[in-house]
Design a protein around this ligand. Sequence first.
Ligand code: NAD
Length: 390
Amino acid sequence: MINGIKPLDRSLRWGMVGGGGTSQIGYIHRSAALRDNTFTLVAGAFDIDAARGRAFGESLGVAGERCYPDYQTLFRQEAERADGIEAVSIATPNNTHFAICKAALESGLHAVCEKPLCFTTAEAKELAALSKQRNKIIGVTYGYSGHQLIQQARSMIAEGLLGDIRIVNMSFSHGFHNEAVELDNPSTRWRVDPKFVGPSYVLGDLATHPLFLAETMLPELKIKRLMCSRQSFVKTRAPLEDNAFVLMEYNNGAVGSLWCSAVNCGSMHGQKIRVIGSKASLEWWDEQPNQLRYEIQGEPVRILERGMGYLAPRALEEDRIGGGHPEGLFEAWSNLYRRFAVAMDATDRGDKTLLADFWYPDVDAGVAGVQWVERCVESADAGAIWVDFE
Ligand code: NAD
């Protein structure tokens, strides 16, 4: 159980690039990083508009001289201070991730980077190599992977309760962009512009989330090949898709499907994962994250509730309040940031024993997401053909 006691005897000095006052995702980064006192926010280049970024940073309590106009100045000037930042989170539009993440590692910082990590597998592998070479981690914020019931599913599958895994059915399909809402919304506008998001919209923005939930629940399952069909129902978004279907074949003979969409009218979020084995199935839905459906063939459905003593130790480890009370996205993110801090500290101390069996969405998760999107686009643009994953 997490009760507020710090998992480390110190708090990492932390900065942010992006995530400013008008951003969608900045607040949850801060809320998650600061909740368990594992990070202290001391610096940032919070906004593309330097003056707005400085005013925002100061409103958070960051000293004015440590609210920098851009990430290059942030990294350079912080490196010159004895009390400079040790880690940085990158919460800017997608086209900037590669350069900022690379600069962070080169400045000797650990990084938490938004997804997608970058646009091409070659770039992602370059970041992975640099992270290894500099001995600094990259954490990727696949938020719900930190939810206890995702860890519960991982434990149950590893225990063999589902039997042989046959089918993984995933979706992330909301309806918020069924019309060209980007005309009035700057935060959506860049999401449908290849200059900012590279080769895809919903495949990178949405699909990589349930894809990583599957990787978390089923670490042994590896994609062999995939086929993707993508559509732009709001025509001005072409060539970027606002809807896509992906079929996958895995190394063990299992098959998977993933539907991602921003035009699924009426759906709030629709992030679901159903894992089907030869004996039983598990299903989790982000709109009811505290319940995990466990369906054994021929028996009544069981609903496993978060925080209950019958769950696996792994799922109880990060319980913050006990069963009956809901925990959701903010707690899942806090669990991830807590893990990022532990991994950063262990890396700095060279604690290989701890790191050998310590899970968090790491740089390999970032690489896999980028490679998956790249393959999907390749398949779709060649007329929805099967393409090898590797
Ligand atoms: P946004 O457009 O709402 O905000 C972007 C922020 O970055 C703004 O504060 C902007 O001023 C700042 N910014 C832009 N360029 C900058 C630069 N060069 N230097 C410093 N600051 C800069 O975007 P958002 O919705 O918050 O998304 C940001 C990132 O987070 C994207 O990569 C997106 O894919 C990701 N995201 C992830 C999740 C998740 O669940 N993990 C959810 C939403 C968004």
